[in-house]
Write a protein that binds this ligand. Structure first.
Ligand code: AHR
Length: 673
């Protein structure tokens, strides 16, 4: 650019200033922007990987225990207080005061890996000088901030009991203060029945509803009773596999192609001794020791264990991505020279998942009721550990051993290869991003210049955080939608992406924001959840070439895909566009490369995610305040003039049909006229 000097220059600045002022008046008077989008339907860029969009499940925010895992009892084995007795039995509490009952713990359980049992000494009786209160005395468990007990639904209670004498125990679901009974049954057993630990199973149908209920075990008979492994679950769970139905339905609605599990930091632990150890989470649920997750600071009974995660993946039609601990936690690391036992442990985990039912670990899986191998194709060596001293050394040990035993397994490194070449072999590398909305939106171009050679990117955690996010704002959802469109446009190098975290139980919000918010009985999706529904057909679709010309291009991002819907025998063309600006955009869409009249008018739709206020959120009271709204696309065709609302995410879904099919459709229409 040339330079200017003196008076001439001053004049030029004045003219430019006036022009700017004029322009801002004009813009102020009519803030609409204009843009033109060219889609070339005959220029197919590439097939988007089948795996592109999935979910990341972490045991955080009570996402699993007290979340998707439908177990209602918290601390069912009385182990949460630690292995030494006397121990804290929280959240269990006594029903009745110390003159009637003494509750303690001892180490007399019949289960070797979780020795703590509850000992209940009942001092009162139904006769004599110390008569029990009319409702009896005993213990109750409030679950995870109240149990959701619903009228007409059946609940299965399983418990282990022992006593020196016959027992007469009332098992009931009651309101939170115990005053109202929702369902009740008796356990009446002789002394010889319960001399040794006895497993008892009861089905109870709730007579009324309470979302904040508790489970009670009470009696009016003097004596000493031991309890252990007390479980209560609704009979009706997702595909009968123990998952809370309405929460998993929300996952299924995303059509996730993969599920990364079980963390995150949860996998690492603050200390290795508290990390997720898969072998402690398999086998009969009663025998699992449970563990304290010291990153998110809560106890899990590990009913949701390694097999259950694999099962969930299978039930969702998603590929499991097993994030294993690589001998590294937040605060301690195993030296590479001694990491071999960890490597063997991971090899065992892979054999458990996909080994022959006659193999050592495959047989354990088969004994758990799943003889067929799971479709485990991906494992990740650790989480966010790349910068740690022993990462590379340990990683190589895992990599070589896994590739040697299972050459087809894809191994994911923690080291970001998006801006520089990795110094170690990997099939994919992890990329995590938590940032502001503006940053996230502009990161739609993050992978534009990434090398196409070498391992592919797995954006396994992304989310807008901080004040832009509120507790799940429209602003966050829009920025993330822009980021995902960028991922789609770079899906030759980004092969997988998942939002994080997935769930939050509002009673334990350890991380904010999250995609799905729930309590004991309600749930809703944040805008970040709903924006993901726009991408559910993207995995495996074909990316088309698009060109956007706009007066303010930096606030728009767009992509176009096409896919076949085998059910309806249709072919769809979807154009997605985020208008991140605060102005209306008048958009002209021109689609080239279509057969004449190949767009079917009826059935073509427009879906919009927006709201009056950028910081609008959904809530239990208004779960549908910010959700996608679908309307018929009246102007569907090869040339369309459409209007994009300010701060919106829009998808135009056009149904394409072959000439022949189109004529058939047309003639059907005509025959009705
Ligand atoms: O998604 C929440 C946490 O963020 C994950 O546990 C961790 O991987 C990341 O730091």
């Amino acid at each position: 650019m040339g330079s200017c000097k003196g008076r001439l220059c001053f004049l030029l600045y004045v003219i430019l200033g006036l022009c700017g002022l004029y322009k801002s008046f004009v813009v102020g008077a009519d803030t609409n922007q204009t843009a033109q989008l060219f889609v070339n339907a005959s220029q197919e860029l590439w097939r988007i990987p089948e795996t592109l969009f999935g979910i990341f499940f972490e045991e955080i925010n009570h996402a699993g225990a007290g979340g998707i895992w439908a177990e209602l009892v918290s601390n069912r084995g009385f182990e949460a207080g630690g292995p030494n007795t006397p121990s804290n039995i929280d959240p269990w509490s006594p029903v009745g005061n110390l003159s009637y009952i003494i509750v303690s713990t001892d180490r007399t359980s019949c289960f070797d890996r979780n020795k703590v049992a509850l000992r209940m000494e009942v001092l009162c009786d139904s006769k004599g000088s110390n008569i029990c209160p009319s409702g009896g005395v005993g213990i109750y468990n409030p679950g995870y901030w109240g149990m959701n007990i619903e009228q007409g639904k059946t609940y299965k209670v399983v418990l282990y009991v022992r006593s020196l004498d016959s027992v007469d125990i009332v098992v009931s679901f009651a309101s939170s203060d115990g005053s109202r009974t929702l369902a009740t049954d008796h356990i009446r057993l002789t002394a010889s029945d319960v001399l040794n630990w006895k497993k008892v199973e009861i089905l109870m149908v709730a007579q009324s509803t309470d979302h904040n209920a508790r489970l009670q075990l009470t009696t009016t008979k003097k004596g000493i009773i031991w309890f252990d492994q007390v479980s209560a679950m609704p009979l009706d769970t997702y595909k009968g596999h123990g998952f809370r139905k309405e929460l998993v339905d929300m996952l299924a609605r995303l059509k996730p192609q993969f599920i990364r599990f079980p963390g995150g930091c949860f996998v690492e632990g603050e200390w290795l001794r508290n990390a997720f150890r898969w072998k402690e989470t398999i086998g009969p649920w009663e025998e699992r020791p449970g563990h304290f997750g010291d990153v998110w600071m809560y106890w899990t009974d590990d009913g949701l264990g390694y097999l259950e995660f694999l099962q969930l993946a299978e039930d969702l039609g998603a590929l499991p991505i097993w994030v294993f601990n690589n001998g590294i936690s937040h605060n301690d690391q195993v030296d590479t020279s001694t990491v071999f036992p960890f490597v063997q442990d991971v090899l065992d985990s892979i054999e458990f998942a996909r080994g022959d039912p006659n193999s050592t670990w495959g047989s354990v899986r088969a004994a758990m009721g799943h003889p067929e191998p799971f479709d485990l194709r991906y494992v990740a060596a650790g989480n966010e550990d790349c910068w740690k001293k022993n990462y590379r050394g340990n990683y190589i040990e895992f990599y070589n051993a896994i590739k040697n035993a299972y050459p087809d397994i894809n191994i994911i490194s923690n080291c970001d290869g998006s801006s520089r070449k990795l110094d170690h072999p990997a099939d994919l590398y992890d990329f995590h991003i938590y940032t502001s909305a503006n940053n996230m939106f502009s990161m739609g171009h993050q992978f534009d210049h990434t090398s196409r050679a070498g391992p592919k990117a797995f954006v396994s955690e992304y989310a807008v955080t901080g004040k832009d996010a509120g507790t799940g704002s429209l602003l966050a959802g829009l920025a993330e939608a822009g980021f995902l469109i960028g991922i789609e446009r770079n899906s030759d190098v980004v092969h997988m992406a998942s939002y994080a975290p997935l769930f939050v139980n509002t009673n334990d919000r350890r991380w904010n924001p999250d995609a799905i918010v729930f309590n004991s009985w309600q749930q809703y999706g944040t805008p970040s959840y709903w924006m993901q529904t726009f991408f559910r057909e993207s995995s495996g679709a074909t990316l088309l070439n698009t060109t956007l010309q706009a007066s303010s291009p930096s606030s728009l991002i767009t992509s176009a895909i096409t896919w076949d819907d085998p059910v309806g025998n249709n072919n769809y063309l979807r154009i997605k566009i985020v208008n991140f600006g605060s102005s209306i955009v008048n958009l002209k869409i021109s689609i080239d490369g279509l057969e004449p009249n190949s767009i079917v008018l009826s059935g073509s739709t427009k879906v919009v995610l927006t709201s009056n206020n950028l910081m609008d959120e959904n809530s239990f009271g208004a779960p549908n305040k910010v959700v996608p709204i679908t309307s018929q696309l009246q102007t569907a065709g090869k040339d369309m003039d459409v209007v994009l609302s300010p701060r919106s995410f829009t998808s135009f879904d056009l149904i394409r049909t072959s000439d022949l099919r189109f004529k058939e459709v047309e003639s059907v229409h005509q025959s009705f006229i």
